[in-house]
Structures are given as structure tokens and as C-alpha cells.
Design a protein around this ligand. Structure first.
Ligand SMILES: C[S@@+](CC[C@H](N)C(=O)[O-])C[C@H]1O[C@@H](n2cnc3c(N)ncnc32)[C@H](O)[C@@H]1O
Length: 255
């Protein structure tokens, strides 16, 4: 960045703090980044260099005059598959200056076949040094490159997106907000859904009565012990009602 950088330049070219947690994203649509990650607290943190984002343009590794990245599926069938040789070049470039240990720097293909992404995944990723995310398109990617690079598959949920970019942004948002300093004092990650294995209690704010609906009295009592008790009971009730799977896991954990 030049010494005479203006605030506008800073917006366009985020600061880089050496060693900051970094996301490398291999994509055919680098212009989709930072996308929503450039807004609000994650965007400010990106500008301040608390984390870094490296979109890697898959097209630039393409073959021939047209920079081809895909071909028809072996065995026939509809659509196109991203080629192993092209992806290999992009993954090898992304691997430069990253730890070989995938537990410190996971290398992930975003895929509906993958292990579901959870708050625990976000916590593990945030505790490392960074992550490399490979966004698929079309019918997906050649299996051989995933095996060769020991790429882990992670899913945003049981549905099929057109490409991995939205999944990448959702997972990065969940991860980056856990990096110390990103949320500042604006919010806490200690007391929200999933942090204690429960969904969050209901929230209220002014006005005290809205369309004949008052805020529960206990929340206006100033009695912090009673408020904590009410919130815990509500969190348990909501979790039991909406997510019996989470409730069973939580109940199993309690002494
Ligand atoms: C149309 S999808 C390919 C779906 C693939 N043929 C299948 O049936 O599993 C194209 C790309 O979107 C991304 N994608 C789709 N659904 C996803 C999900 N639930 N989680 C993460 N990434 C997803 C993947 O990167 C995938 O390669």
C-alpha cells in the first residue's frame, strides 16, 4: 500500500498485518469477494487487517486461449466437471506460505456431500492460522485432486447451491467473528446460540409495551440472578421444542 493511501484506498486495499488469520478462496468468481464479508464488523476488521482475504481466480490457471477449467464428466451425464490438473495448480499456489499441517490450516472443498459445518467447525478454524476454501461450480470437481491434496469436504447444509461462493462467505462470516478483536465490544460470542449447546433465549428492546405485548417483567426487574435464571430456562425450552437433537446432546453432557 502506498504511503499516501487515502481512506478510499484503504477500503479497496485492506491492510495486512503479518500473521493475521487468512482465508484463501479459490473461485471462478473472485469479484464475489469480499461480498457481505466487506460490510459491518467483518468488513471493518478486514480493513484494519485483523484478518485477510485472498480470492484466487481459478480462471487464471485455465488451459489454452480460452482458459478452460472444465470438461464433460467421465462416464457421461449432464453438465461439466472442474478439471484436476487446473485445480491442482490453483491448490498448489494457495498452499504457498501456509503450514503443511491441515489441522492449523484446513484445506476445504465446499460440497453438499461434506461434513456439516457447525459452530464447532467455526471455532476450530478460527483457532488456526487460516483456511483455504475451494468453491465448486457445475457438477463439482474431479475426485482425484481432492484425494491428492487431502482436501476435506464441508457442507453448508442439506441443499444444493449453484456454486460454493455463498457457502464460503457464510462459513467465513461465522469463523471470522470469533477472531479476537473482530466483534470488539459490540457483541459477545460467549452467550449466543450453540455456544453452550443451546439455542438463545428470546431478546427484547424498547418500547416496554408494543401492540399490547409487554416485555417479560423479569427483564425489567434489574435482578441479574433472576434474569439469568429466566434466560437459561427459555433457552432450554426453545432448544427442547425446536431442536430435539441439540437438546439430547446437551442433556447427555450435563452431570
Ligand atoms: C451444483 S453444485 C454441485 C452439486 C453436485 N453435483 C452434487 O450433487 O453433490 C456446484 C457447487 O456448489 C457448491 N455447493 C452446492 N451445495 C453446497 C452445499 N450445500 N454446501 C457447500 N457447497 C455447496 C459446491 O462447491 C459444488 O461443487
Amino acid at each position: 500500500m502506498s504511503v499516501s493511501a487515502t481512506p478510499r484506498d484503504l477500503m479497496e486495499e485492506p491492510l495486512r498485518i503479518k500473521g493475521a488469520w487468512t482465508a484463501k478462496v479459490i473461485t471462478l468468481f473472485p469479484e464475489a469477494f469480499p461480498g457481505t464479508l466487506g460490510l459491518s464488523l467483518t468488513g471493518k476488521a478486514l480493513d484494519f487487517g485483523l484478518w485477510a482475504l485472498d480470492p484466487i481466480d481459478l480462471r487464471s490457471f485455465g488451459a489454452g486461449k480460452h482458459r478452460n477449467v472444465d470438461d464433460t464428466p467421465a462416464g457421461g451425464g449432464a453438465g461439466l466437471v472442474l478439471r484436476a490438473d487446473i485445480l491442482d495448480r490453483a491448490l498448489s499456489m494457495a498452499a504457498l506460505n501456509t503450514p503443511a499441517d491441515h489441522s492449523r490450516w484446513p484445506v476445504v472443498y465446499l460440497s453438499p456431500r461434506g461434513k456439516p459445518f457447525t459452530q464447532a467447525t467455526a471455532q476450530t478454524w478460527a483457532a488456526g492460522s487460516g483456511v483455504t476454501l475451494l468453491c465448486g461450480r457445475f457438477e463439482g470437481v474431479d475426485q482425484r485432486v481432492l484425494d491428492h491434496h487431502a482436501v476435506e469436504e464441508v457442507s453448508l447444509g442439506d441443499f444444493v447451491l449453484t456454486g460454493g461462493e455463498i457457502a464460503a462467505q457464510a462459513m467465513l462470516d461465522a469463523t471470522v467473528r470469533l477472531i479476537p478483536g473482530v466483534l470488539g465490544n459490540a457483541a459477545s460470542t460467549e452467550d449466543e446460540s450453540f455456544s453452550h449447546g443451546l439455542l438463545e433465549h428470546p431478546q427484547f428492546t424498547k418500547p416496554a409495551v408494543w401492540k399490547d405485548r409487554p416485555i417479560p417483567e423479569v427483564l425489567l426487574s434489574g435482578n441479574h440472578a433472576e434474569i439469568a435464571k429466566w434466560r437459561k430456562a427459555e433457552a432450554e425450552r426453545i432448544t427442547q421444542e425446536r431442536r430435539p437433537d441439540l437438546w439430547a446432546a446437551h442433556a447427555g453432557r450435563e452431570p
